[in-house]
Design a protein around this ligand. Structure first.
Ligand code: ADE
Length: 871
């Protein structure tokens, strides 16, 4: 079952690898790489065969040693088959220690790799150098970061010597699965930018591992898949002593006749593409902009033709913010093994630094799950029996993926069978999860909850793993990283949902997931005896247009709100002029529109920003014509509720179009988008950001943001409104950086990884949710306070990291069990580097186990206000 779960989870891929986090040991030391997958060009003797080339292990004669003495011209290799395309970021090597009788190690080595088992490529660092400096003794492991990383299935480690030597090696490789599945891209060769007063900027793809033919890059991967995001400005990358523009591949419009750049992307197998993310420069002051539109054609199979119907997407051009950014291109779940995209120029130059794909595939056997390991270190020594001179050649057994008609057919059949199994599994899984997460808590008695939750003895262990005793000499790690919890492997943590389900009464999957208990909206009226009291109240969940649950309010409040007719004015829809799409969800879309005559329509005192003669821009949330009648009702309720909200820090409903379909609600447009996007594109203000014109925010700005959110939430809480999805992604900023809390729903593609999906039903922002919301479905103002704490944490990490990024969704749920058990094993978000400790204490109070110990929004507002000198 678990394997299947892994299969299913793995089949949904979410790309955009962060090389700093993709550093899991791939299984030499712990044996997940099987002996059969470790081969060598030769071995000295049976007991120094390739299977003994495992880091920190002492089996056999303690290492892999190629036959005979190595001459400088020899090419001997240890070959690993990682079974799947893998993003390899680090290599660690060790010599032959063999309980201190070993004497051999590789001072230098190089790497060859192959994605298909046929074409081998020599790895080079960013300066073109192939040689990696290896070991200096027999026992210490030397860990080397690969810049650039390698995307490969097969890897060869090739010891290099200057003189005749015997060499032996033990190795580990680190990385993570390459879920994009991209095996090659082709593009026009990058060009050189020359402008008076600026350094010459070479925008070629300097790490491309394919070939250059007639000015086109063919058959390889390179800078656009190396995980290095380009700077806003294409300044030299000083840390690597690289040239200007290093991190971008760029093209000049007039040098490429048709006004677009055509790229082709080849994938390992057929995938259903949800989106493509293109990290693009936007230094418009130097003639660089993101593409104006893109058109992507799909090829369903290796041998088929391109489909005639492309997916087309236009971007919002931005000549105010020069920050480089990700542009997400929705790909409508189209299926293909290859894509051909034409990116149309919006200006003289177009520059890309990364392209990633989000896609779902049919499940295939999962890559070996990464596990936690101790740092490369010397293990117990082992006596070495004498090396014998008997040489055994081992033929490498690369296993290239099958091609051709039969394999396609077999693949299809296997896929269909797997799909059926997955569907059955999902049905069973849904029943299980529904029981756990939905029904059980509603019926459960306090006592039962306590007993069952505390009987679950599984723990989450995030502590540093015990380090085996070391030699007094510290190994010369290039970077000490394995001890850093940041790099510990979350998959090694034990995952088990708290055993609520067993106690639940059998019930079907119907009904909403969360039934907010707003009878307990005030934090201090929460638990009696610190045991959660669960009361079923008649709560209306408002389904936002984008598929969300809008603010939850007690039925009585909704009633009073809905009794009256909609007090908000009907605007003539023909006066809404579509400008661009801002987002979309299950039940509708949000558009940026120009609203002709809106200022006059709303009359004096209307809450519109200064337009200085320009058109009034508004955000228009529109229900899909084919939305269900439930969605339609919810949309109308949402309008009624929003029309009653009147606070400077809550998004304001201006007017509606409900006399005819499609139903629309018109809200103020917030020019600076959402807070998550805004902060993730900024640095903290410093002399450096000033000198280099880097978009920045000050600490005072951050505090001012926190105060505004507290203020908006104080207002919502005063009306007994429970937001249920407070997060930076749901806070909008206008031109003056005023924040308004909103709710976009949980299905915006952009932030879909922030939500935990229960198959076909609820989507839950579990990383922002209080333990009682996760375990008991209990949403209150106090759980909004918890989410506020997480939102503060996001603000002070400048949204660079997802909360609990090292935990899987299941581990986050398990962690909420630890919060409930309160035995000191719960994991808290850690102090962000920018965050003053007094503020972190405030966050920690928001994450109090007992809701009585959580501050109210009024007290949060009072506590934060003095710090923010803006207000
Ligand atoms: N996206 C969704 N609603 C928005 C709004 N009101 N302003 C800006 N971007 C939005």
């Amino acid at each position: 079952m678990l394997l299947f779960l892994l299969l299913v989870l793995n089949s949904k891929t979410n790309a955009q690898i962060d090389p700093a986090l993709c550093r899991y040991p791939l299984g030499m030391e712990d044996g997940r790489i099987k002996n059969d997958d470790i081969t060598a060009s030769s071995q000295w003797y049976d007991t120094t065969g390739p299977q003994y080339g495992r880091l920190n292990r002492e089996e056999g004669d303690g290492a892999w040693c190629p036959a005979g003495q190595l001459q400088p011209s020899d090419v001997q290799y240890l070959q690993l088959d990682l079974r799947h395309l893998t993003f390899v970021t680090v290599v660690a090597t060790q010599g032959r220690y063999a309980r201190s009788s070993g004497n051999e190690f590789a001072r230098k080595y190089r790497l060859d790799y192959s994605r298909d088992g046929h074409r081998w490529i020599s790895w080079r660092n960013r300066s073109g150098n192939e040689i990696i400096v290896g070991n200096v003794n027999t026992y210490a492991s030397v860990v080397k970061d690969l810049h650039p990383p390698i995307i490969t299935r097969f890897l060869r480690l090739i010891p290099v010597t200057d003189a005749v030597h015997t060499v032996c090696m033990r190795v580990e490789v680190f990385g993570c699965p390459w879920q994009d599945g991209l095996t090659a891209y082709s593009a026009p060769e990058g060009q050189t930018m020359m402008a008076p007063g600026y350094p010459i900027t070479s925008l070629n793809d300097s790490t491309y591992d394919g070939v250059l033919e007639r000015r086109r890059l063919l058959g390889g991967l390179g800078q656009m898949t190396d995980g290095v995001i380009g700077q806003d400005d294409f300044v030299p990358m000083l840390q690597y002593q690289l040239w200007p523009g290093y991190d971008y591949v760029g093209w000049r419009n007039d040098s490429l006749g048709p006004g677009y750049v055509e790229m082709e992307f080849q994938f390992d197998r057929q995938r259903n593409f949800t989106s493509m993310k293109v990290h693009s420069n936007n230094m418009f002051s130097r003639g660089v902009k993101v593409f104006s539109s893109v058109s992507c054609a799909f090829k369903p199979h290796l041998i088929s033709e391109w489909e005639t119907e492309p997916v087309e997407f236009s971007t919002v051009l931005d000549d105010r913010n020069p920050s480089a950014r990700y542009v997400t291109v929705p790909l409508e779940r189209r299926s293909g093994t290859a894509l051909r995209c034409r990116f149309f120029f919006a200006d003289t130059w177009m520059m890309f630094s990364e392209i990633s794909f989000q896609s779902a595939t049919n499940p295939v056997p999962t890559p070996r799950p990464p596990v936690m390991t101790s740092p490369p270190s010397v293990t117990e020594s082992q006596a070495l029996t004498t090396l014998k001179t008997d040489v055994t050649m081992t033929t490498p057994k690369p296993q290239p993926p099958e091609e051709g008609g039969t394999s396609v057919l077999i693949g299809c059949l296997v896929t269909i069978i797997l799909l059926l199994v997955v569907i059955i599994f999902l049905i069973l899984w849904c029943q299980y999860v529904c029981k756990v997460l939905e029904k059980a808590p509603r019926r459960i008695l306090e006592e039962e909850v306590t007993v069952r939750l505390s009987s679950c003895s599984d723990t989450i262990v995030l502590q540093t793993p015990p380090v085996p005793p070391r030699m007094s000499l510290d190994p010369p790690y290039e970077r000490v990283f394995l001890l850093d919890p940041q790099y510990q492997d979350p998959a090694a943590l034990r995952v088990k949902l708290p055993e609520l389900s067993q106690s639940a009464e059998a019930s079907e999957c119907g009904g909403g997931y969360a039934e907010p208990d707003v009878t307990q909206c005030t934090p201090h009226q929460g638990f009696q005896n610190s045991v959660p009291h669960y009361a079923e109240t008649d709560i209306v969940n408002l389904q936002g247009v984008t598929g969300s649950n809008m603010y939850a309010v007690p039925a009585v409040t909704v009633d009073s709100l809905t009794r009256k007719d909609i007090s908000v004015a009907e605007f003539p829809r023909e006066h809404l002029i579509f400008r661009e799409k801002l987002g979309e969800g299950q039940f509708g879309e949000v558009h940026l529109c120009e609203a002709e005559g809106l200022a006059e329509f709303l009359g004096e005192g209307a809450p519109l920003p200064e337009q200085d003669g320009r058109a009034v821009l508004v955000a228009v949330k529109q229900l899909r014509a084919d939305a269900t009648s439930n969605a339609r009702n919810d949309f109308l309720k949402e309008i009624k509720i929003m029309s009653r909200l009147n606070d400077p820090n809550i998004i304001r409903l201006l007017c509606v179009c409900v006399h005819s379909d499609p139903l629309c609600m018109v809200t103020e447009y917030m020019e600076n988008g959402d807070l998550n996007m805004f902060l993730s594109q900024r640095e903290i203000e410093s002399t450096l950001t000033h000198a280099n014109n880097i978009p920045s925010v000050s600490m005072a700005d951050l505090l001012h943001m926190a105060v505004q959110i507290a203020s908006g939430m104080k207002y919502l809480a005063s009306l007994n409104f429970v937001h249920r999805d407070l997060a930076t992604r749901n806070c909008l900023l206008d031109r003056q950086l005023t924040i308004k809390i909103s709710d976009f729903g949980m299905s915006r593609n952009l932030y879909s990884s922030d939500y935990y999906r229960i198959q076909g039903r609820a989507v839950l922002p579990i990383r922002w949710m209080a333990w009682e919301s996760i375990l008991l479905g209990k949403f209150t103002t106090a759980s909004d306070v918890w989410a506020f704490g997480v939102t503060l944490w996001e603000i002070f990490t400048l949204c660079r990291e997802q909360p609990y990024s090292l935990l899987t969704d299941e581990q986050v749920i398990e962690n909420s069990g630890e919060f409930f058990r309160n035995q000191g094993r719960q994991i808290y978000l850690s102090l962000p580097p920018l965050c003053p400790s007094s503020l972190f204490e405030l966050m920690m109070r928001c994450w109090s186990r007992d809701i009585r110990d959580r501050p109210s929004f009024s007290s949060l507002y009072q506590a934060l206000r003095p710090h923010a000198h803006h207000s």
